[in-house]
Design a protein around this ligand. Structure first.
Ligand code: PEP
Length: 253
């Protein structure tokens, strides 16, 4: 049985005081001993102070991106060893906003995933189609391409979570229906079985992302292949994020 995994992607939001209050709120509201994985992914400069607050708590700290080189003349970048040093357990790679605004794709994403894993980080690898691609009937080919960018015999998925995030559902309030999410998640798992084997496919966790809220979380995560959520907007308020965690726990019960 795959344990549900709820991660918050804060993007470029909040200031440090707000961020500290948010993690304190999540820490306080997280049911003791809850059988669930939870992570928060704040902007880079908040990682070290938040790592201190989260020390000893079951909430993992994650970053939203990293560069693949370990160090050197790469102005503005942050490496995987630096994230590890800051106290991160995981890192989001390939978010659609990185793909869309920063031109990230293919080989670069694979190098980032490999650098993160080689430095002991877990990875949340994001994939998903745009509205145009969905309407053109290209959802499966995009999912397949995004998976093949990173997956293969040289990349173990033991420490990788896939996040299926239809771009048309991110920050738009338009959630995929549970049936739409399930269909793509099942396709994704079948593709992973082809790229690896049925055991890897059965074990890999696939989060759904795209306007997940407390009121749709349980239904989405009750789908057999939906193993959690990557949450943007609703991860910025403790009550909403905790509501989504409650939804995940209810879906798992
Ligand atoms: C995201 O950006 O990963 C995301 C899912 O955002 P939102 O929940 O705001 O749609």
């Amino acid at each position: 049985m795959r344990k549900k995994y709820v991660a918050g992607n804060w993007k470029m939001n909040l200031n440090l005081a707000e961020a500290k209050a948010l993690v304190e709120g999540i820490k306080k509201g997280l049911p003791a001993g809850a059988n669930i994985d939870v992570a928060v992914c704040p902007p880079f400069y908040m990682l070290v102070p938040l790592a201190e607050i989260l020390s000893g708590s079951p909430i993992a700290l994650g970053a939203q991106n990293c560069y693949f080189e370990p160090k050197g003349a790469f102005t503005g970048e942050v490496s995987a060893p630096m994230l590890k040093d800051a106290g991160c357990r995981t890192v989001i790679i390939g978010h659609s906003e990185r793909r869309q605004y920063f031109g990230e794709a293919g080989d670069l994403l694979k190098k980032k995933v490999m650098a993160a894993l080689a430095n002991g980080l877990e990875v949340i690898y994001c994939i998903g189609e745009t509205l145009e691609e969905r309407e053109a009937g290209k959802t499966e080919s995009v999912i397949s391409r995004h998976l093949r960018e990173v997956c293969g015999p040289d990349v173990s998925l033991d420490k990788v979570t896939i996040a299926y995030e239809p771009v048309w559902a991110i920050g738009t309030g338009k959630t995929a229906t549970p049936a739409q999410a399930q269909e793509v998640h099942a396709y994704c798992r079948a593709e992973i079985a082809k790229l690896y084997n049925p055991t890897v496919a059965a074990n890999v966790r696939i989060q759904y992302g795209g306007s997940v809220k407390p009121d749709n979380a349980k239904e989405l995560m009750s789908q057999p292949d939906v193993d959690g959520a990557l949450v943007g907007g609703a991860s910025l308020k403790a009550a909403d994020f905790l509501g989504i965690i409650q939804g995940a726990l209810a879906a798992q019960a």
